[in-house]
Design a binder for this molecule. Structure first.
Ligand SMILES: NC(=O)c1ccc[n+]([C@@H]2O[C@H](COP(=O)([O-])OP(=O)(O)OC[C@H]3O[C@@H](n4cnc5c(N)ncnc54)[C@H](OP(=O)(O)O)[C@@H]3O)[C@@H](O)[C@H]2O)c1
Length: 328
């Protein structure tokens, strides 16, 4: 067993954390909470390093990579993805017992090989990706229940498992080849839900319902949907007009969008097409109904939209603008 692996087995290794941003903050608090000595916090902005170092009782706060303490057995780079290769390259200039050190980054998209310059120095390179969305304000509990995606060579992954377990987190081990698809799944889950809710908010704002009221109104629906998904497959959890083959309701929705929020038509139609695929898989939408829904969506995106407001002659106030019909 190498020195770093035994250090991970025998005790909580001392950690140098680089990057006092959103993820760095959450991980530093978690490390300290779980008894890991955070020996240093290093960040581009010294004041941020100092604030986080103080929060976790780290004796070193710095804006210089050369201040990585020699007794740090884990160097955790929580810098943005674009900065990881540069930080790895710059760390090769730091005198450090790299052969006894695990260097990890937190990117979901990049492989452990992004740290290759340090592997050349003898370090073990680990991709340690918390599968969670973390905002600037975090606590030691922020990562509760989170899985960590681990990737690297066998020794690095073994150290990553020790770390994940030590932090009270769950983990899954990935190959470098699998990482982009794994990260795609994570990104779609978090980002597309946010985008979807932003679209919904646009619709509610058009009804003079503000963000807070809108969220309060929709939260039980969101939670109910998540609960259904926790217990059933997407095929079984799906409800609504597409899986019912309810063309009349879908036509009304399409008209409302075209009339009030035409900018949302392409995304709505694309998601409806995907919902048709799901509904057919569920066995609850027959092929004829599926064809009809797909035809309606095709018409929705191909029928020219009303011209933009600035191009339109101003309608009489109070006179509703007739929407172009969406036929069967
Ligand atoms: N936030 C999330 O939800 C999340 C989730 C999963 C994974 N991740 C991963 O976590 C990593 C960090 O993301 P983040 O969201 O925490 O980003 P972030 O909030 O922008 O923080 C990045 C931090 O890195 C510091 N930094 C940048 N270049 C540096 C350098 N050359 N030397 C030292 N420090 C440097 C920045 O410094 P200053 O602020 O001090 O200027 C900043 O504090 C990324 O790999 C990201 O993919 C993030």
């Amino acid at each position: 067993m190498t020195a770093y692996a035994s250090a991970f087995k025998e005790a909580r290794p001392g950690v140098a954390l680089i990057g006092a941003g959103a993820m760095g903050h959450a991980l530093a608090l978690r490390l300290a909470d779980r008894g890991y000595p955070v020996l240093a916090v290093i960040s581009r902005t010294r004041s941020k390093a100092e604030a986080l170092a103080q929060a976790v009782g780290a004796p070193v706060a710095s804006d210089r990579l050369m201040d990585v303490p020699p007794n740090a057995r884990l160097v955790l780079a929580c810098v943005g993805d674009g900065a990881i290769p540069d930080v790895a390259e710059a760390l090769t200039g730091v005198r450090h017992p790299w052969k006894d050190t695990v260097v990890a980054h937190c990117s979901g998209a990049l492989p452990a090989a992004a740290l290759d310059p340090l592997v050349q120095e003898g370090a073990a390179a680990l991709s340690f990706h918390p599968l969670q969305t973390v905002a600037a304000e975090s606590s030691a509990q922020t990562l509760d229940g989170t899985y960590v995606g681990l990737e690297g060579d066998a020794q690095a992954v073994a150290a990553g498992i020790e770390l994940a377990v030590g932090l009270g987190l769950r983990y899954l081990v990935l190959s470098a080849e699998a990482k982009p698809r794994y990260h795609l799944a994570a990104t779609m889950t978090s980002n597309f839900l946010v985008t979807l809710m932003a679209m919904v908010q646009e619709i509610l704002v058009s009804l003079d319902i503000d963000r807070a009221d809108g969220f309060a109104m929709l939260e039980p629906l969101l939670r109910g949907t998540l609960d259904n998904l926790a217990h059933a497959s997407p095929e079984d959890a799906l409800t609504g007009p597409v899986v019912r083959g309810d063309l009349s309701t879908l036509r009304q929705h399409g008209l409302a969008l075209r009339q009030h929020l035409p900018q949302l038509v392409p995304a709505y139609a694309a998601l409806s097409v995907e919902t048709v695929r799901l509904a057919v898989r569920s066995g609850r939408l027959d092929p004829d109904q599926a064809e009809a829904v797909l035809g309606l969506m095709q018409k929705l995106v191909t029928t020219p939209l009303p011209r933009s407001k600035s191009e339109r002659p101003s309608p009489d106030p109070g006179t509703p603008r007739p929407a172009q019909p969406l036929g069967t």
